[in-house]
Design a protein around this ligand. Structure first.
Ligand code: NAD
Length: 479
């Protein structure tokens, strides 16, 4: 397949970067060149922000329902191009094609969902202490927003930022991940085929330390909505603090799954497995550490190991029917390998997998189940982001909840049990933004995906995610 050179999308046009530096995008399954994108400069970012700023006022003045119509034109274009877009995502990110197709279709649904809010954005009327006064609380757009993206669901994340931003009257500059920038430019190509006013939606590619930092420290950006690692989140918050710019941070996770002995162990094994191999385990919300009531450890571990053993992996485009692609890059593979090696050295037992796959190409790690893990092991504390399930035995629900909460992350969590009281106790006591009961980890468009502790500030999706893109204006009207 041929590789192409891409340009930034600024003010409704594809424009050359003002610098000469570029980023080569490689296919993680074959190491072949997929395309070349700009390593954007600070002045490229300034141009994009300036375009978003000059477009914002008239965009805000459009009725929300008209803004929603623009969003629906974009989602319709996406639906017409599912297969082509999915192919790009698979080539640059490595997920299996069926998941990439799902990601694209889900993206279109997400945009439509946010468009539906156009007639539902509400303010408040508050009772006044004065006889002839009315107090109105308006919800208004923030202005220019920035979306800084990771690589794991790169196409969907463009929409997760732009759809709530645009329907509420903001404009946006997206900075894609340096690993997966091409699909964001293909998103922009579809936007360019609609009559969306110039400057409302802009995309730049580039590195975090330059383009990302220029966006976060821009005095003209009112909100930086970021999804990615804790380290980058901290640097973004620091840069944003220069102008007291708002931040919305969707960061890492170390999701615990608790499996009690009374659970339907087959359902638990399948659900934990599903949330672990999806996207090769590279999901912020997927089950990362499993606490199983001691008497159920043998049966649960065998069931989950059987699923893992049957997982085929390889190059999703060349090898038909593989259920898992490679990790996104060599650094990811090194991290997973080192966490597994140190767990084994500390006494964890390998039920299946346990090492880097023996293949000439592709960043593949064997689907792995480890038992005998303990909470002092790094594998139970650090984000793995790979197809590895570490299992720790526990003696009670209280112990499982205490271990689950003892983490610097607080994004998602789950419990498998048939005991309603146990499920209710877990819902009360787990200190996480999300808890799934008897199901796999995966959030819904209408929910609210938000992390506690170092998993982030604010959240996305649903009504509460929409309101992250608005600020209040209260008017005291006497007369
Ligand atoms: P990353 O933090 O390395 O990069 C994400 C983005 O941040 C990239 O676009 C990068 O260029 C940019 N960036 C890096 N340094 C920056 C800086 N100083 N200033 C501005 N921008 C900067 O993350 P990643 O490896 O792409 O993604 C994986 C991480 O994302 C994992 O930790 C995962 O848990 C997290 N994630 C979280 C969610 C969520 O919803 N909470 C969803 C997906 C991924």
């Amino acid at each position: 397949m041929k590789s192409e050179t891409y340009k930034n999308f600024i003010n409704g046009e594809f424009v050359r970067s003002q610098g000469n530096a570029t980023i080569e995008v490689l296919n993680p399954a074959t190491h072949e060149l997929v395309g070349v994108v700009p390593d954007s400069t600070e002045s490229d970012v300034r141009d994009a922000v300036a375009a978003a700023k000059s477009a914002q006022d008239s965009w805000e003045k459009l009725p929300a329902i008209a803004r929603a119509q623009h969003l629906r034109k974009i989602s319709a274009k996406i639906r017409e191009n599912v297969d082509r877009l999915a192919l790009t995502i698979t080539r640059e990110q490595g997920k299996v094609l069926s998941l990439a197709q799902l990601e694209v279709a889900f993206t279109a649904d997400y945009i439509d969902y946010m468009a539906e809010w156009a007639r539902r954005i509400e303010g408040e009327i508050v009772t006044s202490d004065r006889p002839s006064e009315s107090i109105f609380l308006f919800r208004k757009p923030i202005g220019v927003t920035a979306g800084i993206l990771p690589w794991n669901f790169p196409f969907f994340l463009v929409a997760r930022k732009m759809a709530p931003a645009l329907v509420t009257g903001n404009t946006i500059v997206i900075k894609s991940s340096e690993e997966t920038p091409i699909n964001a430019f293909e998103f922009a190509e579809l936007v360019a085929q609609t009559d969306l006013p110039r400057g409302v939606f802009n995309v730049v590619s580039g590195r975090g330390a330059t383009a990302g930092s220029a966006l976060s420290s821009s005095p003209d950006v009112g909100l930086v909505s970021f999804t990615g690692s804790v380290g980058a989140g901290k640097r973004i918050m620091e840069a944003a603090s220069k102008n007291l710019t708002r931040v919305n941070l969707e960061l890492g996770g170390k999701a615990p799954a608790i499996v009690l002995a009374d659970a339907n162990l087959e359902l638990a094994a399948k659900a934990v497995y599903d949330s672990r191999v999806l996207n090769t385990g590279q999901l912020c919300n997927c089950a990362e550490r499993i606490y199983v009531e001691r008497s159920a450890v043998p049966e649960f571990s065998e069931r989950v190991a059987a699923y893992m053993k049957n997982t085929t992996y390889g190059d999703p485009l060349a090898e038909k029917g593989v259920s898992m692609g490679p990790l996104v890059n060599e650094a990811g593979l090194r991290k997973v390998s080192s966490l597994v090696e140190s767990a084994i050295a500390a006494g964890a037992h390998v039920l299946t997998g346990g090492k880097k796959a023996d293949r000439a190409k592709g960043f593949h790690f064997e689907p792995t189940v480890l038992t005998g893990c303990t909470s002092d092991m790094d594998i139970m504390r650090d984000e793995i982001f790979g197809p590895v399930l570490p299992i720790q035995a526990v003696d009670s629900l209280d112990e499982a909840i205490a271990l689950a909460n003892d983490s610097e992350y607080g994004l998602t969590s789950s419990i498998f049990t048939r005991n309603l009281n146990a499920a209710l106790q877990a819902s009360r006591e787990l200190k996480f933004g999300e808890t799934y009961v008897n199901r796999e980890h995966f959030e819904a468009i209408q929910g609210f995906h938000a992390g506690r502790r170092k998993s982030g500030i604010g959240g996305a999706d649903g009504k509460h995610g929409l309101y992250e893109y608005m600020e209040t204006h209260i008017v005291y009207m006497q007369g």
